[in-house]
Design a protein around this ligand. Structure first.
Ligand code: SF4
Ligand code: SF4
Length: 441
């Protein structure tokens, strides 16, 4: 079913409604954890939020403090219960960020750069059959479920194959939708300010879901969860429910428990996020069903995820919280740090180099508890090698097998930025249009 109105009209209407309901009381700013780390810190809370509401209502340019607050929002959600008007300040800032990027985007060509970066990263980690599973769209058929990966989770493919192991063990009838050809549209709409492109991308992906006529779309990516489930809530009617895959696993908790066949003897600290706390709690419940697993602590980080659109928006706060997490792992004597999302795993995988604990994703633990062998975590292997001579030597056979010819020197030069998702900070020019033109004969 096509939407009744253009996405730009929907976003403008949502923005106008929120701006009208907002009394500019500043309570959301008072509780916001990113505020102390930017130029908005000394500004009275009402004066931080007022220009955001005015920007959304009448297009008045935002002040430095309001613009910085909008750019730094890590999606933690602390402002939601603080708002006396029961409106959603996080959504207000998402809409302000999207509107600001329509005026001037700090990350033009992000989608192009991100797509190429993701393709290189998964081609460095997977054999061709697995590469095709994530990158080549499945043929439409009737399927009870769609497992939706989003785009950036493909950078850490092992946790997606682990999740598929669990879905297979539960005998779920599903098809996989994911990769840049099935983006939720957030990159175009929020980061590039290209709403008409965002509308096309979002509708194309929803149509891909509908091609399977599923009852449920089981989502992995927290950014897709916020974009499709919160920012675009009400934009388009769908015939399926959309929720995180861990909610589905919890809904089948007794079946999951029956499939757990062995102990996983570890003492672990679980890392979760306040912005999608229900996902963290779902993972905790699943892990507590694993015999032998001693959850020594659960550390809740603000933000809705680690990475470009989450904690990286407020890097000083992220550095403090990440240091506190690693301290907690050391203090508890845990032998395992358990990560939540792909962004978290990509950031913390290298911490295993300390030598006193392993970094595993929660899906690694579930697969092991079900008697399986977790998928090889090549991203962690590359992070731990931390030597681009050696990484290139290991990665080239995978790249060539997947039909990607890359010069060794080019990969050594740009590989660190590709692994660091530098395009979200305006980097990786080498994957942009100008670089592609320069390479043409
Ligand atoms: S979601 Fe978190 S970071 Fe964003 S405005 Fe609300 S409290 Fe601040
Ligand atoms: S708490 Fe709610 S009403 Fe008050 S300024 Fe923030 S969004 Fe507006």
């Amino acid at each position: 079913m096509l939407p009744a109105r253009p996405l730009a009209d929907f976003l403008n209407a949502e923005a106008a409604q929120l701006a009208e309901a907002c009394t500019r009381c500043g309570k959301c700013v008072e509780v916001c954890p990113v505020v102390p780390f930017g130029p908005m810190a000394p500004v009275p809370p009402q004066d931080v939020v007022e220009p955001v509401a005015a920007f959304l209502a009448e297009g008045r340019p935002m002040s430095e403090a309001a613009g910085a607050w909008t750019a730094a929002c890590n999606g933690c959600g602390a402002c939601l219960p603080a708002c006396p008007e029961a409106i959603n300040p996080r959504k207000m800032l998402m809409l302000a960020a999207a509107k600001q990027s329509r005026i001037s985007s700090k990350t033009p060509e992000l989608f192009r750069r991100m797509s190429r970066s993701i393709k290189i990263m998964i081609a460095m980690q997977l054999v061709p059959q697995e590469f095709a599973k994530l990158f080549v769209p499945a043929r439409p058929r009737e399927a009870a479920m769609v497992f939706y990966l989003g785009c950036n989770a493909l950078r850490t493919p092992h946790l997606l194959f682990n999740t598929m192991f669990v879905l297979d063990a539960l005998d779920v009838d599903y098809e996989v939708v994911g990769g840049p050809s099935s983006c939720c549209g957030v990159i175009s709409t929020k980061w590039e300010g290209a709403v008409s492109t965002g509308q096309r991308v979002t509708n194309n992906t929803i149509s891909q879901f509908e091609g399977f006529n599923p009852e449920k779309v089981l989502n992995w990516c927290p950014t897709c969860q916020l974009h499709l489930g919160e920012t675009l809530d009400g934009y388009r009617k769908t015939s399926f429910s959309f929720d995180h895959v861990t909610a589905y696993l919890v809904s089948r908790f007794d079946d999951v428990k029956r499939l757990i066949v062995g102990p996983v003897a570890r003492r672990a600290v679980l890392h979760i996020h306040a912005g999608c706390i229900e996902v963290g709690h779902a993972v905790e419940r699943l892990l507590r069903a694993v015999p032998g697993l001693d959850l020594a602590d659960m550390v809740v980080e603000s933000g809705y995820t680690c990475g470009g659109s989450g904690c990286s928006r407020s890097p000083e706060l992220a550095a403090i919280e990440h240091a506190a997490l690693l301290d907690r792992v050391r203090e508890t004597g845990a032998d395992t740090l358990v990560t939540l999302y792909h962004g978290c795993h990509a950031i913390f995988a290298g911490a295993e180099g300390e030598g006193t604990f392993e970094v595993l994703n929660f899906t690694d633990i579930l697969v092991e508890a079900m008697g399986g062998i977790p998928h090889q975590d090549m991203l962690k292997r590359y992070r731990l090698l931390d030597d681009w001579e050696m990484i290139v030597t290991e990665a080239q056979p995978y790249l060539r097998a997947n039909g990607i010819e890359i010069d060794d020197d080019w990969l050594k030069r740009h590989g660190p930025d590709i692994l660091a998702s530098a395009e979200f900070k305006g980097g990786l020019d080498c994957l942009g249009v100008a670089a592609a033109r320069a390479q043409r004969p």
